[in-house]
Write a protein that binds this ligand. Sequence first.
Ligand code: BDP
Length: 659
Amino acid sequence: EDGSQLWLRFSKLGKAIHGVDILGIKSADPTVALAKQELLDYWKGAAITLQIDVKQKQLKDGYQINQNEKKIQVVASRPIGLLYAAYHLLRLQETGGQLSSSKIIEIPSYDIRVLNHWDNLDGTIERGYAGHSLWHWAELPKKLSPRYEQYARANASIGINATVLNNVNASAQVLDAGYLAKVKALADVFRKYGIKVYLSVNFSSPKILGGLPDSDPLRKDVQRWWKAKAKEIYTLIPDFGGFLVKANSEGQPGPQDYGRTHADGANMLADALKPYGGMVFWRAFVYHPTKDDRAKQAYQEFVPLDGKFRDNVIVQIKNGPIDFQPREPFNPLFGAMPHTAKMLEFQLTQEYLGFSNHLVYLAPLFREVLDSDTFAHGEGSTIAKMTASSGNLHRETAIAAVANIGQDSNWTGHHFAQANWYAFGRLAWNNTLSSAQIAGEWIGLTFSREEAFVDPVKQIMLNSREAAVDYMMPLGLHHLFAFDHHYGPEPWGDIPGGRPDWMPWYYHNADSLGIGFDRSIYGSNAVAQYNPPLDKRYGVRANCPENLLLWFHHVPWDYRMKSGKTLWTALCYHYDQGVQKVREFQKVWDRMEKHIDPYRFKSVQSKLRMQARDAVWWKDACLQYFQLFSGQPIPYELERPIHDLEELKRIKLPMGHHN
Ligand code: BDP
């Protein structure tokens, strides 16, 4: 047992129990054949008919399952719907779910459900903690690792239908003919699983690869270069998905290098892809080292461009306005730009959440974001609704997550990080599912269906995100992590002459009076980017949700929290609680030994030990550092620090990333 089978542990039948008939399709479609094979191999229930009905357009990627006494009929409008239905049936079978007597209709919340790999062409992965890249570029296109197909199957089983193969900090090389042949080989493997391939592109590719003097999007020769490139790609890969672009951000080239806007850049690429039905995902993760609050910059940059993007452009927006912190308020762009298609970007790889060492189940974070009300069209304009209908623009809708997958035998480094990949797929398919339901499914499929295991482990998962917030950055604190690698705490971090917006002090502003970033009208006024009544809810200290208090306000140490505790005391309690929660996870996990295989049991056990040590490290570092400003004791009833601040300041992990 090494975890490599993920949530796909169906036991193979020696011989199919019942037949699987196919109706409505003449030729043997590879996706339909696959759906049939999965059912013949693993389905233990009643006989099944798979049927394509092209008139049922509303089903798109979805399916309908009808059941009577002895027969199950599955209808989809396209082959992929049948494959998804097959996985639905197998999931029910394996989790002990009942097929409801009448019918099931499933239609995905988003058209494009996409993983973003931050994989470099040299095999390393930016912010990857599960080994090297899955893609063996040197061996491609000739040699195909069996994991390519396993990867595609795992994705299809949860409804993921798109993958961006390479890092957003993109090498232009990926577009040269040699690499495109490799990309084609992967696309050919993924196709029957309904997965389209996309690429991150470097905006300077015409200059770097094509030898043009520059890459100005308004130049005719630049436009011609991209058109020819699109043609070359689609000749090889007729169902190529499109481009993902990080432009004018953290040193990446972009249209602003030539005085053009993000819309000019995105539209030029969109025009090149349009004849083939390709999409552009243009990222809004854009900020510069200016005097103004970093949290405001994407909004300032993009809102003036509302309505200026082509209809095959979707602006891809990180869930929060800074950068995948343990907790952020939602990105205000989701409540703005009514004439622009917008999509969410989550991060599965735990860049800011303990890498693949900490057990942090992210579905509660995803739910919190999806359920956030933007008030764009009055109450109830949740991000789930705003992104799934793309503001009723009748455009394609999409949702993305930065992958946490690598070459490790268990794919994600931590056995429980598989749950984040799983949860993203399930929520991209159905953005109303609860964190608990997804956790229950995943535990049943991955480990065991015994109640004595499922219930306690589900509790660990459901509490794990809040535990991490507590021991890392409670009450709206953010960006306290160490420079460059982002693993441990470094609230004292300062590099003389370094970019202020990459320094923790820029965000926590701790001084003798208090702590926090004043984003109210008295401060940066970032609150004004939120629709009423949120501007006042966040902007007035007494109304502000306490879990975001220090995101929006600089608050005196003696401020009274709702609990009656002072801010300083409350902060100490949160850090302490974070540690206590991890200790509790350890206790619960140790009791689970008899329920599962020793390999995964031990692996998770040792990672929990590391997490407990790290939690103490975070707590001791942050509390002792902030204590220099608060001048108050850590409440005597709480655990005492076991590290010296000076000792913690000396911890260094290897460098190698930019911020
Ligand atoms: C930051 C990462 C950096 C990424 C960047 C991005 O630290 O490695 O390149 O986001 O999303 O979180 O472009």
